[in-house]
Ligand binder design. Structure first.
Ligand SMILES: [Zn+2]
Length: 219
């Protein structure tokens, strides 16, 4: 048979905000045995820190004060990421980390993150690559927009000529399907020049509009 004794034990039941000195607990937590609604700002410094070797700094914050710290960080150009919580268990929440938002996958395995300059160089490279990609994408989007516009102008031009199925007009359709807009334009222009084809004055305006977008000499 064991011999036992009753022993008082310290347990954490709540948090006082280290900034405003008020309880961190929300009024809705009154009957709870622990104050869940609080923020923690912490850092553990090791032997490579500037002057805080083996120091642990910690600060508990209420929701309002945490908001102030967050605003301070964002006003300095930083950000406090909002990581999605997939669940909140009795011990710890489950985080759902997203690439490029919550973490960045660095290219290659040769990078040693503890070499500061190296990481900074890598980051510079990544930023450069990203900027080049963004520029390229913008150019591609602009091109795509331009060709969409050319296509719709060519379609409008076609409505301004009497449509006769002949080898020339067939070519126009074929080139348009293949995305060969310059050839489609040429075919349409040729069709417009045909004496047997009726065309309006707007036809030539549209042809010139398309040529201007395609940097071709106007008629
Ligand atoms: Zn506070």
């Amino acid at each position: 048979m064991e011999l036992r004794k009753l022993e008082p034990k310290e347990v954490v039941v709540g948090m006082i905000c280290d900034m405003c000195n008020q309880s961190c607990a929300s009024p809705l937590e009154e009957d709870k045995d622990f104050c869940y609604e609080h923020g923690t700002l912490s850092a553990s410094w090791g032997f490579y820190s500037d002057e805080k070797d083996l120091t642990h700094e910690e600060c508990h914050l209420c929701e309002k004060c945490f908001g102030k710290i967050r605003d301070f960080i964002t006003s300095n150009g930083g950000k406090v990421r909002e990581i999605e919580m997939t669940g909140f268990g009795c011990t710890a929440p489950d985080w759902s980390m997203r690439e490029d938002l919550d973490y960045k996958l660095l290219p290659g395995m040769f990078i040693r993150p503890y070499i500061k300059d190296k990481v900074m160089n890598e980051w510079e490279d990544i930023k450069k690559q990203e900027m080049e990609y963004a520029k390229k994408k913008q150019e591609m989007d602009e091109q795509e927009e331009k060709w969409d516009k050319v296509q719709s102008i060519l379609a409008e031009a076609r409505c301004e000529v009497s449509y006769v199925i002949n080898p020339t007009t067939l070519d126009y359709e074929k080139f348009l399907d293949e995305g060969e807009f310059e050839l489609a334009l040429e075919a349409l222009e040729e069709a417009g020049k045909c004496s047997s084809v009726q065309r309006t004055a707007t036809f030539w305006t549209k042809i010139n509009e398309a040529k201007k977008l395609m940097n071709l000499p106007l008629i």
